[in-house]
Write a protein that binds this ligand. Sequence first.
Ligand code: KPL
Length: 294
Amino acid sequence: MIAILGAGSLGRLWAAKLPAGRVAFVPRPEQSAASLRYRFRPVQGPEIPVQIPWLNSHQSPSLLLVTTKAGDTVAALQSVVPRLPETTPIVLFQNGLGSQQDVAQSWPNRPILAATTTEGANRPKPELTLHAGQGETWIGALTPAGETCLNEAVSRLAETGLCVNATPDILDRLWQKLVINAGINPFTAILNCPNGEILNQPFYQQWIDPLCHEISKLLTASGQPSRSAATLREAIESVACSTAANTSSMRADRLAGRTTEINFINGYLARAGTELGIDTPVNQMLTDQVEQLK
Ligand code: KPL
């Protein structure tokens, strides 16, 4: 049985794609219904009804996928991990950086893995989950025990038919995604516009180069492969163009009145700067501005 903690868009996408009867959601304390029902619209083909049971206290999952928001992850896991067998691999799907390291440090002897995905999923209505675009998922180990489970975890998730790969360096992949999110998400939230529209906005044009310079220095100082500010800007703008009509996850959080993940994106970069002795005024300014949004 594969358990999923976090029944948002991404959790519902994996639940709908995994073999029926072998997946369950971890119940929240207030949970009462026997199962979670929703409609699922794949990238191609007709919409289907999905019914996923809640994990019961006698079931011992062989894999746990964690699809909570970055800021909720450690607290959500604190009530779940003590009930899991020591050997159950835990795969973290959070955006940004910081929450993954917090989990690995909290349970260093457990098999902890992290994933980064470009699968697109959203919920235009609470009872409907859309698989909006096909992407790819990379998984890698964060703890020594995670190394031994990596290939098995990848095989289990590949049963969905989605493109799932193992990587020996998940941190590199997480940083690559962080760069994109740091250069798109706060601008879309502050300017309240789809991803592609940031490119023509004076606020974006004023700050993107100084932001990329900060990130370029942070990458090198963190031991990541060096990338020039110009290369980073190109990568950010290529994704902003290819996802031009999308509402970013940060803008969606803001519009729905949810806490954003800014502290795990530009906020993480600003904290890394403090630790590494690198000035990060643009990351800090973007973090402050997003935190002030209502
Ligand atoms: O990952 C994303 C997000 O919205 O969090 C991007 C790449 C910006 C796509 O919308």
